[in-house]
Design a protein around this ligand. Structure first.
Ligand code: ARG
Length: 456
């Protein structure tokens, strides 16, 4: 028996049921579905479809279904197509014919769009909080690792010395922009479809503004076709998840390299690493590898639903049911990824000695060129001169900072006795106190700004 089978002369094929039913995955929406139904029942009470007593009975019945569901006491049936039909069937079985009036003026089209929007709003807020937790850990790291100078890389080749704090803060500011993307996705989802009916607007004139605010939406949808057809809010949410996933993956990649034997800059806490079933010595950064690996899923889920959506005309087609699994998958995984990354970063240990050993004096080559510029040489010429010095050091296996002023003068007579100050890591860092640079003053300013941004 289906609720819609009046015009049918035989039941759905078993395979069709299996193919079509979304209940196995969309029961994840039960909370939102019941919240929406209680609000809809309230709106129906205002237009006298329900008496006050009947409304109370419906509300209580729905709340009990939710409670029983959370206690594992609900029995679904094979003919329950989706969570909306299942809840309605159970309610009718439990409280009788009063419940048969709940679907007055409502369609599953406006119902499912409402449920999904409520769900998206819930998960986007949760993810924003998780991003803030990660940002807090990055600020703590930036404060604690303030003394550590690491080689900064381009092309995975040592480039210039930087403060490790500067690196952590780069992650903070990137996440700050992800939060604006999340905020934009929240604004996109914040519109209530209920009352749009199947597609033309409900035949029952409920107060949609009051209904919207009772569900926490800022506004009801302005057009019933848009209300039931649009899934831009899902695409938007999936796109932010993909963006966050991609960016976390890049930082994970760096940290994976940094904890290798060859680098040894950091060591992950045992709690966030795993071992090998055959090689007893192994400690693998699986947490970070999975953070990197799962980025493929986030991109895939976006692509998957974007591809489905592009072919669907207006208004509702069953293809739209394919929005849910990618949505649920991306947000449950992203929640895990953010929690794990926050812990990995909070607990990792830095190996200052090893990092310092690894600093190659050539990291100061740009500073040496800048020195000549300050003595009056055009930068392009200075670049050439220092290039020759680098080649000389390589040929003679000499660390650049071991050259004497006299040796340097063979390349340019602009080298003075003060040139030795260039060979100081601290000076190289503090030469970059420009706004946004790695200078210790600039990094301190970044930490202060980051803290202010988190407060507002
Ligand atoms: N399970 C459906 C979905 O997720 C609910 C909407 C069904 N609407 C319909 N007209 N058959 O999209």
């Amino acid at each position: 028996m289906k609720m819609w089978d009046g015009r049918f002369s035989k039941p759905s094929d078993r395979l069709m049921e299996q193919f079509h039913n979304s209940l196995p995955f969309d029961q994840k929406l039960i909370e939102e579905d019941i919240q929406g139904s209680i609000a809809w029942a309230g709106a129906l009470k205002e237009i006298a479809i329900f008496t006050a007593d009947e409304y109370q009975m419906v509300k209580k019945g729905l709340e009990e279904i939710l409670r029983d569901y959370s206690e594992g006491k609900i029995q679904f049936l094979p003919q329950d197509e989706d969570i909306h039909m299942a809840v309605e069937r159970i309610l009718i079985e439990r409280i009788g014919d009063t419940a048969a009036r709940l679907h007055t003026g409502r369609s599953r089209n406006d119902q499912v769009a409402t449920d999904c929007r409520l769900y998206v709003l819930k998960v986007l807020k949760k993810i924003s909080d998780a991003v803030v937790n990660l940002q807090n850990v990055l600020i703590s790291r930036a404060e604690n690792d303030y003394e550590i100078i690491i080689p900064g890389f381009t092309h995975l080749q040592q480039a210039q010395p930087i403060l490790l704090s500067h690196y952590w803060l780069s992650f903070f500011f990137l996440l700050q922009r992800e939060k604006s993307r999340l905020q934009h996705a929240i604004e996109t989802a914040d519109m209530m479809p209920l009352g749009a009916g199947a597609m033309a607007g409900s035949g029952f004139n409920v107060d949609r503004f009051r209904l919207a605010s009772s569900l926490g939406f800022s506004t009801p949808s302005h057009n019933s076709i848009d209300a039931v057809s649009s899934r831009d809010f899902i695409l938007e949410a999936l796109s932010v998840a993909a963006s966050i996933g991609i960016h976390l993956s890049r930082y994970a990649e760096d940290l994976i390299i940094w904890c290798s034997h060859e680098f040894g800059f950091i060591e992950l806490d045992d709690a966030w690493s795993t071992g090998s079933s055959i090689m007893p010595q192994k400690k693998n950064p699986d947490s970070l590898e999975l953070i990197r690996g799962k980025s493929g899923r986030f991109i895939g889920n976006y692509m998957r639903f974007a591809t489905t959506l592009k072919g669907i005309g207006l208004t509702y087609y069953k293809d739209l049911q394919e929005d849910k699994e990618p949505l649920f998958d991306s947000f449950s995984q992203l929640d895990l990824v953010l929690q794990v990354f926050t812990q990995v970063i909070a607990t990792l240990k830095t190996n200052k000695e090893r990092i310092t050993e690894d600093l190659d004096p050539f990291l100061l080559a740009t500073d040496l060129a800048d020195y000549l510029v300050r003595k009056g040489m055009p930068f392009r010429h200075a670049h050439k001169v220092i290039g020759k010095i680098v080649a000389y050091c390589i040929d003679n296996k000499l660390p650049m900072n071991n050259l004497t002023q006299k040796q340097l003068c063979d390349f340019s007579d602009l080298f003075d006795s003060d040139v030795m100050q260039v060979f100081s890591w601290k000076n190289a860092i503090d030469a970059r106190n420009i706004y946004g640079g790695t200078g210790s003053k600039s990094v301190k300013e970044q930490i202060d700004l980051a803290k202010t941004l988190l407060k507002t």
